[in-house]
Design a binder for this molecule. Structure first.
Ligand code: SF4
Length: 447
C-alpha cells in the first residue's frame, strides 16, 4: 500500500499549492505556507476570533478607544506583558499601567525607575525597560502560544529554541499576519494558543485553522495507517513526515522531528513543538544583608541599586556580595561591602546568619545566604548615590525584585521568632517560579 499513500501525499501538496523546494537550502516547503493557505488561515483565524474572543481589559479598551494610536499602544502593552506571564497575573498590572501611562507619550516621559516600580513582581524586567525604550517606536511581538500554533500547523519538530526554528517561526508570523488587522491577528493567534491549541490537551475538533494544520493531518494519516495495518495490509514503510517533507534520498530536514526523537503515537499533535532541550540553570550564590536602623513603622532598610545592565538591571536590593567560602569569609566580604554604603562604624559582630532563600530565574538558580543586622541607634547623615533607606511601606512600593521580598520575609520571620531557619541550618528555601522564555519573534505588525 505504499504507492497509493505516496500518490495521496503528492495530491495533498498539489491541493495546497506547494512546490517541492522552498528556495532555502535544506528547508522543504512542507514547513511553509502557500499563498492560498495564507489567505485561508487569516480568514479562518480572524473570523473565529471575532466570535470567540475572551473579554479582557486590553480588548475592552481597544474596542472602546477611537484613537488608532492610543488603541495600538494599549494592545502593544498587553502583548509585551503577556509574553511570559499568564493572563490572570497580567490583568492587574495592565490596569495599573494604563491608568498611569494611558498614552505612548505618557510612557515616553516616564523614568526607568517608575517603570521598574510598576513592573516589580511581574518578572522578566527587561520587558518593562523595552516598553519604555520603545515608546517612540512601538513594535509587536508574538509569544510562546503562537510559536506552538505555528510549530503544529507546519509540523516543525526541531528544537524550538534553536536559531533556525526561531528564525523560521518569525518569517511564518510575518507571512501570515493580516496587514489590515495586525493587532487583532496577533491577539487571535495568541488566543488560539491559549484556549484551543493548548500545550497538552489541544481541542483540534474546534480549531478554526484545523484545515491548515500538518500536525492534525499527520494524526489522521497515522490513524488510517493503523487501521490499514490492523486489516492486514502490508507493513508501513518510510515514516510519514520524512516521506512528505523531503524527497527520497534527500538530506534530513532540519525542521522535522529529529531521528533521535521520532513521532510518538500517544502524543498526537503534541509531538509538536518538541520539548526544548533544557539546560540546568546555573547555580549562583550571594550573601545578602538586611541592614535595619530603628525608626517609624518597623525601622528603615538599606537598599542599593543594581548596575544598569545585566540581570535585574537598575532594580534595588539589599547589599550583597558573591557568597564564596565559609561563613567567616562571607561575613568579612559583607562587612566590607556595607562599609562602602554606610559611613559609620557598624557592629558587625552582631551580623546574624538567618538562613537561605532560593530564587530561580530562567537560567540561574540563585541562592541568597541571608544575614541580618539590626542597629540599636539611628544613623546620622545621608547614604551615598546608589543607596537609600526605605521604610517597609516604601520597600513594598519600590522597584525591588521578588527575591528581595522573600529575603525580607525571612528576616522578619526571624525577628518575630516565626522563622524556621536556624543560624546554622539552611533556612526555608523559598523557591521561585521556573519560567520559560518563549520564542521572541520579530514584529508582525506595528500596532
Ligand atoms: Fe493546534 Fe489542533 Fe488546531 Fe492544529 S488543529 S493548530 S494542533 S488545535
Amino acid at each position: 500500500m505504499k504507492k497509493p499513500r505516496k500518490e495521496s501525499s503528492q495530491k495533498g501538496r498539489e491541493q495546497i499549492g506547494l512546490g517541492t523546494d522552498s528556495g532555502t537550502p535544506g528547508l522543504a516547503v512542507y514547513h511553509l505556507f502557500g499563498d492560498a493557505e495564507v489567505a485561508g488561515f487569516r480568514a479562518s483565524l480572524l473570523s473565529w476570533y471575532d466570535r470567540a474572543k475572551r473579554d479582557l481589559p486590553w480588548r475592552r479598551r481597544a474596542a472602546a478607544e477611537p484613537d488608532p494610536d492610543r488603541r495600538a499602544y494599549s494592545v502593544w502593552v498587553s502583548e509585551i506583558m503577556l509574553q511570559q506571564t499568564q493572563v490572570a497575573t497580567v490583568t492587574g498590572y495592565y490596569t495599573k499601567w494604563m491608568q498611569k501611562w494611558p498614552t505612548l507619550q505618557d510612557l515616553a516621559g516616564a523614568t526607568l525607575e517608575e517603570v521598574n516600580e510598576l513592573w516589580a513582581g511581574l518578572g522578566y524586567y527587561s520587558r518593562g525597560r523595552r516598553l519604555q525604550e520603545g515608546a517612540r517606536k512601538a513594535t509587536g511581538v508574538v509569544d510562546g502560544n503562537v510559536s506552538r500554533v505555528l510549530c503544529r500547523t507546519r509540523a516543525i519538530g526541531a528544537d524550538p529554541g534553536s536559531p533556525l526554528v526561531t528564525q523560521h517561526l518569525w518569517s511564518l508570523a510575518q507571512q501570515l499576519v493580516e496587514p489590515a488587522r495586525p493587532g487583532d491577528f496577533n491577539q487571535a493567534a495568541m488566543e488560539l494558543g491559549a484556549t484551543v491549541c493548548t500545550p497538552r490537551s489541544p481541542l483540534c475538533p474546534e480549531c478554526p485553522v484545523r484545515d491548515f494544520c500538518r500536525a492534525q493531518k499527520r494524526v489522521e494519516r497515522e490513524h488510517e495507517q493503523t487501521a490499514r495495518t490492523s486489516r492486514g495490509s502490508p507493513e508501513r514503510g518510510t515514516p510519514l513526515d520524512v516521506e512528505e517533507c523531503a524527497p527520497k534520498n534527500a538530506a534530513p530536514c532540519p525542521l522535522c522531528l529529529p531521528p533521535a526523537q521520532p513521532w510518538r503515537q500517544d502524543l498526537g499533535v503534541a509531538n509538536f513543538p518538541r520539548q526544548p532541550a533544557r539546560k540546568a540553570p546555573r547555580e549562583q550564590r550571594a550573601a545578602v544583608c538586611v541592614l535595619q536602623q530603628p525608626g517609624s513603622e518597623s525601622g528603615r532598610f538599606l537598599l542599593v541599586q543594581r548596575p544598569k545592565s545585566g540581570l535585574l538591571a537598575g532594580l534595588w536590593e539589599f547589599p550583597s556580595v558573591q557568597a564564596e567560602g565559609p561563613e567567616a569569609v562571607q561575613r568579612q566580604a559583607l562587612g566590607k561591602a556595607l562599609r562602602t554604603w554606610v559611613d559609620h562604624p557598624l557592629p558587625l559582630r552582631s551580623l546574624r546568619h538567618l538562613g537561605e532563600v532560593v530564587h530561580v530565574f530562567s537560567h540561574i538558580r540563585q541562592t541568597y545566604v541571608v544575614y541580618g543586622l539590626a542597629l540599636a541607634e539611628p544613623l546620622q547623615g545621608l547614604p551615598p548615590p546608589g543607596a537609600r533607606w526605605v521604610t517597609r511601606t516604601e520597600f513594598q512600593a519600590a522597584a525591588v525584585p521578588t527575591a528581595m521580598k522573600k529575603v525580607l520575609r525571612l528576616f522578619e520571620g526571624q525577628r518575630s521568632g516565626r522563622g524556621k531557619a536556624s543560624k546554622r541550618s539552611p533556612g526555608p528555601a523559598a523557591s521561585g517560579r521556573q519560567l520559560t522564555l518563549s520564542a521572541f519573534l520579530k514584529p508582525t505588525s506595528t500596532p
